[in-house]
Design a protein around this ligand. Structure first.
Ligand SMILES: Cc1cc2nc3c(=O)[nH]c(=O)nc-3n(C[C@H](O)[C@H](O)[C@H](O)COP(=O)(O)O)c2cc1C
Length: 237
């Protein structure tokens, strides 16, 4: 579609479809994602707006042996309780104090996912393993890490979200799926070391990218959304 073109009904349906068919996928096929395709997605994603066109995104693309080494290093920490206790997030992604409706939504998505996977409440070992699948990018062939320059402020994090969403929609437009991953933030020290971040580079989050496994039960999770009237006020008089 060009800048002033009115979208055809088919184009509208395709764009809506790319947005609404984006669900976080937690099981991927080993199917390779060519580098040219990743570059194409990133080029489109980088059309995201940003305050004064600052473009705060920095992307680290992992695949092959580098991805295996990266995952193994994090999993070694994750599976060692003593070592794990020494790792914590550098920034708070979630509220420090949870209240309704957020805690209710958080619990629902958690139990819906564990329910599909038949993981019982209190089954700490299986919950640990399932959460640990984050660190192998749910077997996706491509793992993305995102960093930002520490001088950038909250506004740039807003811009970053637009870039990430663009990336996920551009992936859908090419038949790929994603899972954005804050789970990596706990391991920012390991990641900064492994990816040789400069001191000014701060980890934002990670993301799995690849072809989703349609047979995996966890990929059948469809999350709810509040209706428009619940989060919107129309003020016209
Ligand atoms: C920035 C961000 C970080 C997330 N981190 C994780 C994560 O670490 N692991 C995970 O399984 N899902 C993660 N999610 C996925 C959310 O759980 C998911 O977006 C939400 O439940 C809504 O479901 P949907 O993405 O399928 O629409 C993250 C989502 C966002 C936007």
């Amino acid at each position: 579609m060009s800048i002033f073109e009115q979208p055809s009904p088919e184009q509208t349906a395709a764009i809506n479809g790319a947005i609404t068919s984006r669900h976080s996928m937690r099981a991927f096929l080993p199917t390779d994602v060519p580098r040219a395709l990743i570059e194409d997605i990133l080029r489109v994603a980088a059309r995201a707006p940003s305050g004064t066109n600052t473009q705060p995104w920095q992307v680290h693309v992992l695949s092959g042996a580098a991805l295996q080494r990266f995952s193994a290093r994090i999993l070694a920490v994750y599976d060692d309780p003593e070592e794990l206790a020494t790792h914590s997030e550098e920034y708070a992604y979630y509220p420090r104090e949870w209240g309704s409706p957020y805690i209710d939504r958080r619990r629902k998505v958690g139990w819906d996912l564990y329910g599909l996977l038949d993981i019982a409440k209190g089954d700490k070992a299986r919950m640990h393993d399932q959460h640990g699948r984050n660190y192998s990018f749910f077997d996706a062939p491509v793992g993305l890490m995102f960093s930002i320059d520490r001088v950038m402020q909250q506004g740039s994090w807003l811009d970053y979200g637009m870039f990430l969403q663009n990336l996920m929609i551009a992936a859908r437009a090419r038949g790929l799926h994603t899972c954005p991953q804050a789970a990596f933030t706990q391991f920012h020290r390991v990641i900064a070391d492994e990816l040789q971040f400069k001191p000014e580079q701060m980890l934002v989050c990670g993301m799995a990218l690849g072809y989703a496994d349609p047979a995996a039960v966890e990929n059948s999770l469809v999350t709810e959304r509040a209706p428009v009237e619940q989060f919107t006020r129309f003020i016209d008089a």
